[in-house]
Design a protein around this ligand. Structure first.
Ligand SMILES: [Zn+2]
Length: 80
């Protein structure tokens, strides 16, 4: 995925974001109304919320699990 812009919080490819996007760095799910939708610092909790969000949008369980697993490597969470 090198060279492709991804959300720095959840790693969603920004060109897959249906928007409207307010931030250059974050997707429309992570950043809305001028602030991060999840303002905490707990990557485990954020991962769970993201997983539930993806499932609610109808993503299949394996895909959602895989994407959720990748979140901790996003720039926002790296090193935590
Ligand atoms: Zn995001």
């Amino acid at each position: 995925m090198r060279g492709k812009a991804q959300c720095e919080s959840c790693l969603m490819p920004l060109d897959a974001d249906s928007g409207p996007r307010e931030s250059e760095k974050y997707c429309s799910y992570c950043f809305r109304n001028g602030k991060l939708t999840y303002e905490g610092t707990d990557v485990t909790e954020f991962t769970r919320l993201a997983y539930e969000g993806m499932r609610k949008q109808g993503m299949n369980i394996f895909k959602a699990w895989f994407f959720a697993r990748m979140i901790r490597y996003a720039p926002r969470w790296r090193g935590r």
